[in-house]
Design a protein around this ligand. Structure first.
Ligand SMILES: *[C@@H]1O[C@H](CO)[C@@H](O)[C@H](O)[C@H]1NC(C)=O
Ligand SMILES: *[C@@H]1O[C@H](CO)[C@@H](O)[C@H](O)[C@H]1NC(C)=O
Ligand SMILES: *[C@@H]1O[C@H](CO)[C@@H](O)[C@H](O)[C@H]1NC(C)=O
Ligand SMILES: *[C@@H]1O[C@H](CO)[C@@H](O)[C@H](O)[C@H]1NC(C)=O
Ligand SMILES: *[C@@H]1O[C@H](CO)[C@@H](O)[C@H](O)[C@H]1NC(C)=O
Ligand SMILES: *[C@@H]1O[C@H](CO)[C@@H](O)[C@H](O)[C@H]1NC(C)=O
Ligand SMILES: *[C@@H]1O[C@H](CO)[C@@H](O)[C@H](O)[C@H]1NC(C)=O
Ligand SMILES: *[C@@H]1O[C@H](CO)[C@@H](O)[C@H](O)[C@H]1NC(C)=O
Ligand SMILES: *[C@@H]1O[C@H](CO)[C@@H](O)[C@H](O)[C@H]1NC(C)=O
Length: 895
């Protein structure tokens, strides 16, 4: 900013000294870039149409290109899409994004959407095994297969033979011996395509070729193994559907992001190649069903190709935060569960007859030999054990395993004291904090964590002078984990802002051992919804193999209705995890294939209270061979309180739940069905009443359909509030101590002048507490008369401004001089279907980073008018927008 120029303002100055605010910059690391490629759009055209002037031999979008050329618009076309019924159009980069209005006026255009940047896939946790001879490898008993019934299907001889699965990812190392060792017809990875090349990232020019080999990233190879790894490897593991035929569509380079123009191209290629299943372990946070890739993926799913997509790894951010294209209406968005137990390493006890001692490590400490033990305290109640330098009487600890209590000071602090006595191998025992995580031991690699009871036993042996030694072979033991079987903390929460049920279903995604490129280690253990997603794709292959490809249209419903419902925790309270986090539950593939009851639909979408669909019907069909007696009951799940009470800020994950639940009336609850017979049941669901609507409580639960032999269920979800009441733009000071929106990272703002040259431009910073269907920033006259909704603060005086390389995202046509009845000098910024920010995130836009070009503006005085359409609001109704008016911005050209 340039306070020295403020003196040029006339009569509108508020001295900063009077405000009592310390000027402070917002944390730059929390600034969130707009997730779009500037100036690049995906244009959808009406393929059926009799567009005037269209010649029959033309490509469907030829008219648009002609229209642009005739108007002298600079552009180029990076992709042409021509899949009538699915998507017809082109990806077009404009030299000047302001020309987007010309695109919109071109004949036959149905929609213009910005190219969304999808970040490079990043597992939550990862460990790469150095090679097949690495001693530090956990034995894997394929608990994931046991948890989901895949082991029983394998025992029946079902492996996905004859089913084609397209994997859209980073490519694959098909030279891996467990992935067939080759590429092309006859191999496991029978086909594929590289859309991008090694060096691609969103916005750069792709360098496609026919070979999807990936030996530099690894993600896609891991994903591929979860579906397709052959048994007979050193770990005795296999993929869910390892006899299916795979295609690898490589859309990420070695490290970079991808634009959704490429994702759309890969999806359509998968359809053209007749894939039965398409799986995408990728996504960009969206929480709307409307991005191009979401829309195209959903249309593809509706034609009977199963499309599985990761829900996202943003569980800690809270609700309304799932990823696209998983947000597409008919897509299967996949959540992740943690394994019920971890294979932890186990130290061997020598000298006395005693069980091994598990330590919190997936890989052995790999310390050769046997060590006697030394306890730094003989009293296990001493809380600050080893926080002070050890007494002189301490022996040289280098030949011992030193046993130390956790607590009071950090592990590295204790280790420093221990190391000064020569300690090399250290086991810390739990002090009640919980034996449920790895501990941070800094750079000390030979330290690990054991249970409190094991620590107490070792100390008692030490006190009793028993000759006990420990050794650390590579040996693992299953240890039940508190989070085991629960939805992974990182798995994203839905629903979407337009109230679609995301995620749909869960699969194991935590600590998954699978294949990895040979040059990168051959095998790796990764965690994330990226690992859960191919599990569902493989499950779908087993379903299609067993029941025929026609079942693909009901795959999501079958997986949902037969899933295993998951509790919120292991406290025994029985409260179920919100369906906004678990979807319909953990997949049970065996049951999905063998169920003798069909229930439809799988989801009851109740929407919000203003658009409430509380009366719905479900159909129960006996698909078995015997008469069945059915009993229907209501099983509520926890109600997620998605916004903090007395605040407009979203609740972070784990999202708090209330046991307040919906009430459900069923038109019949007990009935008999003969084989083949169906019964329609009317379901009337009323939202919970004893909840605060301002917390935007997402309520959900299950209509359980019980027969003598099995349970199935239908999942319902709604929000006990009108989403139109949700505040979208943050105008509080809750996050940064500075009222938002603001200009140039400053608190209370006065009018300000800028020269609009060099770095002397205003920067507008805003934060969204909820998604918005349309965010729009316009330049207006300073004397505008407009009753804004959000400037009700006495201290609001900001300045703002503008300019340069523009990125309009979705131009709405009325780029003329009014928008929603408000007269404007010019539009600066538009973004449709924006996602909310993280707990400390905000957007920062300025010339060159969001604002449209103002090089043709006259020097003078302006304000920024920020408007955000409320969810479910009407674009043409001014009262459906939240609005905020900046202080006056002066454009004072340098003399
Ligand atoms: C796109 O077209 C512009 C001219 O309009 C040209 O400068 C640019 O190199 C082109 N980009 C690509 C990727 O072809
Ligand atoms: C390998 O795994 C199969 C099941 O996947 C199991 O039956 C078998 O016992 C395992 N073999 C070994 C040596 O662990
Ligand atoms: C303690 O036991 C180990 C083997 O378990 C043995 O090698 C060592 O000699 C014993 N030490 C004493 C002092 O008994
Ligand atoms: C062990 O330490 C606790 C806490 O300092 C103390 O209360 C207790 O008396 C100690 N026990 C012995 C046997 O010294
Ligand atoms: C402990 O013994 C080891 C090996 O004999 C030696 O290298 C180290 O310096 C000693 N440390 C201390 C603190 O005495
Ligand atoms: C670990 O266990 C403790 C004690 O049981 C519990 O309070 C804590 O929430 C657990 N942490 C995780 C990450 O599960
Ligand atoms: C871990 O312990 C082993 C065996 O004493 C030793 O060789 C190795 O250097 C230690 N590693 C570290 C990082 O201290
Ligand atoms: C919920 O209602 C809104 C407003 O009518 C609508 O836009 C949205 O599509 C509905 N969601 C679902 C899942 O039907
Ligand atoms: C605002 O100012 C502009 C010129 O600066 C003038 O044309 C317009 O009439 C004014 N509008 C109002 C409502 O005063």
């Amino acid at each position: 900013m340039n306070t020295h120029l403020a003196m040029k303002f006339l009569g509108v100055l508020v001295p900063l000294a009077l405000t009592g605010f310390v000027l402070a910059d917002l944390p730059p690391e929390d600034a969130i870039e707009l997730p779009i490629v500037p100036g690049k759009f995906i244009v959808e055209v009406d393929s059926s149409s009799n567009i005037p002037g269209k010649r029959s031999i033309d490509a469907p979008h030829a008219n648009i290109l002609r229209h642009l050329s005739e108007r002298g618009v600079g552009f180029n076309v990076s992709h042409e899409y021509n899949s009538p019924g699915l998507f017809v159009g082109a990806a077009i980069t404009l030299d000047d994004a302001n020309d987007a209005k010309e695109l919109q006026q071109a004949p036959g255009v149905i929609a213009i959407r910005p190219v969304i940047v999808v970040p490079a896939p990043k597992p939550v946790e990862s460990h790469i095994i150095s090679g097949p001879n690495d001693a530090n490898v956990p034995p894997d008993t394929q608990s994931t297969h046991v948890l989901t019934g895949v082991d029983k299907l394998h025992a029946e001889g079902r492996f996905g033979a004859g089913i084609k699965i397209g994997i859209i990812d980073t490519g694959v190392d098909y030279t891996h011996p467990s992935l067939g060792g080759g590429f092309g017809p006859g191999f496991k990875v029978a086909s594929g395509y590289d859309f991008v090349g090694d060096y691609y990232e969103a916005g750069l020019t792709p360098r496609p070729d026919d070979d999807p080999l990936d030996q530099c990233n690894g993600h896609g190879t891991h994903v591929t193994g979860i579906i397709g790894a052959d048994p007979g490897n050193i770990f005795n593991i296999s993929g869910v559907a390892y006899k299916s035929t795979l295609a690898a569509y490589r859309i990420f380079g070695c490290t970079g992001s991808v634009g959704d123009d490429i994702i759309v191209a890969a999806l359509l290629r998968g359809v053209a190649d007749n894939q039965d299943i398409l799986t995408l372990s990728l996504g960009a946070v969206s929480a709307w069903s409307t991005t191009t890739a979401s829309v195209v993926a959903s249309r593809i799913a509706a034609t009977g190709v199963v499309v599985t997509v990761a829900a996202g790894n943003d569980g800690t951010t809270g609700a309304w935060y799932t990823s696209a294209p998983g947000d597409g209406a008919d897509v299967i968005s996949v959540a992740s569960t943690d394994n019920t137990y971890l294979q932890l390493q186990e130290a061997t006890v020598n000298g006395v007859d005693h069980d091994g001692i598990p330590y919190y490590q997936l890989w052995s400490l790999a310390i050769p030999g046997e060590y006697p033990i030394y306890a730094t305290s003989t009293n296990t109640s001493i809380a600050d054990d080893a926080c002070d330098p050890l007494p002189d009487s301490t022996p040289n600890l280098s030949s011992y395993v030193t046993i130390v209590r956790r607590g009071t000071c950090s592990f590295p602090w204790k280790l420093q004291n221990l190391a000064s006595k020569g300690a090399n191998v250290v086991l810390f025992y739990d002090d009640g904090t919980g034996f449920n995580t790895t501990i941070d031991v800094g750079g000390y690699q030979n330290a690990s964590y054991i249970r409190a009871a094991d620590g107490a036993w070792l100390v008692s042996q030490f006190v009793a002078n028993v000759n006990v030694t420990l050794s650390f072979p590579n040996a693992s033991t299953p240890v039940f984990t508190p989070a085991g079987g629960l939805i992974s903390y990182y798995s994203s929460y839905g629903p979407t802002n337009d109230m679609y049920f995301k995620p749909a279903v869960a699969a194991p995604g935590g600590n998954i051992l699978s294949t990895y490129p040979l040059p990168l280690g051959t095998w790796a253990v990764l965690s994330g919804t990226s690992m859960a997603t191919p599990f569902i794709a493989g499950s779908a292959a087993l379903l299609l193999e067993a029941q025929g490809k026609a079942v693909s249209l009901s795959a999501r419903t079958v997986f949902e209705t037969t899933a295993q419902v998951i509790t919120l925790d292991h406290s025994g309270s029985g409260v179920l995890e919100t369906a906004a986090h678990q979807g319909a539950g953990l997949v049970d593939v065996y049951k999905a294939i063998h169920t003798e009851t069909s229930v439809t639909p799988g989801e009851l979408l109740l929407n919000d209270t203003a658009n409430y669909k509380g009366t719905q019907s479900i159909t129960v069909t006996n698909t078995g061979q015997n008469l069945k007696a059915y009993k229907l009951t209501h099983v509520p799940a926890g109600t997620a309180l998605t916004i903090q009470s007395n605040s407009v800020q979203p609740a972070v994950g784990p999202v708090p739940v209330s046991t307040a639940s919906a009430t459900v009336q069923l038109s019949s609850t007990d009935f008999l069905l003969l084989p083949g017979q169906s019964r329609e049941v009317t379901v009337v669901i009323k939202p919970p009443t004893n909840v605060d609507a301002k917390t935007f409580p997402v309520f959900s639960g299950y209509i359980k359909v019980q027969s003598e032999t099995e349970d199935t269920h239908v999942t319902y979800l709604g929000v006990a509030a009108a989403l139109k009441d949700a505040q979208v733009l943050d105008n509080s000071n809750a996050v940064f101590g500075l009222y938002l929106p603001l200009i140039n990272g400053m608190g209370t703002m006065t009018a300000e002048n800028f020269s609009f040259s060099g770095f002397d431009y205003p920067v507008l910073q805003y934060r969204l507490t909820f998604g918005t269907p349309l965010l729009r920033i316009d330049l207006v006259e300073p004397n505008i008369t407009l009753k804004t909704t959000l400037n009700h603060r006495s201290d609001v005086k900001q300045r703002d401004s503008v300019l340069e390389r523009p990125i309009f995202s979705f131009p709405h046509g009325n780029l003329a001089n009014t928008f929603a009845q408000v007269s404007i000098v010019g539009p600066l910024f538009e973004f449709d279907y924006a996602v909310r920010h993280t707990a400390s995130g905000y957007a920062s836009i300025t010339q060159g980073a969001g604002f449209a070009n103002t090089s043709d503006w006259a020097p003078g005085y302006y304000r920024f008018l920020v408007r955000a359409l409320k969810i479910t609001g009407d674009l043409t109704q001014e009262e459906d927008f939240e609005s905020w008016l900046s202080p006056i911005i002066g454009y004072i050209a340098d003399e």
